[in-house]
Ligand binder design. Sequence first.
Ligand code: NDP
Ligand code: NHF
Length: 276
Amino acid sequence: MDLTIKSTKTLHNGVEMPRFGLGVYKMTDKEAAVEAMLAAIEAGYPAIDTAAIYQNEEEVGEAVRSSRVKREDLFITSKVWNTDQGYDNTLRAFEASLKRLGFDYLDLYLTHWAIPETYEETYRAIQRLYDEKLVRSIGVSNHQQHHLEKILAKANIKPMVNQIELHPQLTQEPLRQFCADNDIAITSWSPLARGRLLDEPVLAKIGEAHGKTIAQVVIRWHLQSDLIVIPKSVTPSRIKENADVYGFMLSEEEMKMIDGLNQDWRTGTHPDQITV
Ligand SMILES: NC(=O)C1=CN([C@@H]2O[C@H](COP(=O)(O)OP(=O)(O)OC[C@H]3O[C@@H](n4cnc5c(N)ncnc54)[C@H](OP(=O)(O)O)[C@@H]3O)[C@@H](O)[C@H]2O)C=CC1
Ligand SMILES: O=C1CO[C@H](CO)[C@@H](O)[C@@H]1O
């Protein structure tokens, strides 16, 4: 059986984005954050997903510089926070992020949430960063179809990625279809539903059949579903466990069983309810 999964997703501008990376939300203890990020890089994680609001961009920069992996061999994403949106503010926020990271470019920069009054201007600024070659690829996060339609109607450069909450209890089928039809790759945030799926009986049974943990089954489900996945852990053993997902394959039936767990259940805010 072919167990291989392409390790990157080709974005519509030709950039190869790793399908797997480390999410670093809530890694705020400086020492533990750098240690976890470094452990992930040394364990072969090719990507890190941060954001200005996570307050750990400096730690990301430090971990990358103290690792044995070259900056250009890693894919680093950050995001402009809600209170920094708008054209000029976004350009300033990007510069501040880059400074905190200590890098001269980012691999991907996203609008964190579609704040109704400002998300279109924010994306216009992000396009400028792309034109100026300060970012290798651009996109959005927490954008619904109606937000994307507005952006697509005016964009010179279509978003390459939409990062949304997605896991077996929130499978987001219609938005996934819309993004696929428009060449927008999807990154799943809270891919493990923040740990709340980890005693789910269907997943436990599938895990037992493969000798894998529930977290590994869920990460494999994201990968086999053509999604980009960024599980977060500060725990070294879990960082290794979450990356050990390439030696087994979920059957079509198992994939369908996992798809069937959908309840349209969110761990986070609904994108249409965000204010700031
Ligand atoms: N764009 C957006 O608005 C958002 C983006 N994100 C991004 O997505 C990333 C991932 O989402 P996040 O919300 O962090 O949640 P996840 O679904 O990745 O779950 C993280 C939680 O699961 C635990 N965990 C991880 N691996 C295992 C394992 N193998 N066994 C048991 N428990 C495990 C972690 O514990 P521990 O760390 O203690 O090991 C942590 O409590 C974020 O870090 C961030 O980068 C997240 C939310 C919103
Ligand atoms: O990225 C994020 C991490 O989680 C936060 C709390 O749910 C979100 O608001 C934010 O978008």
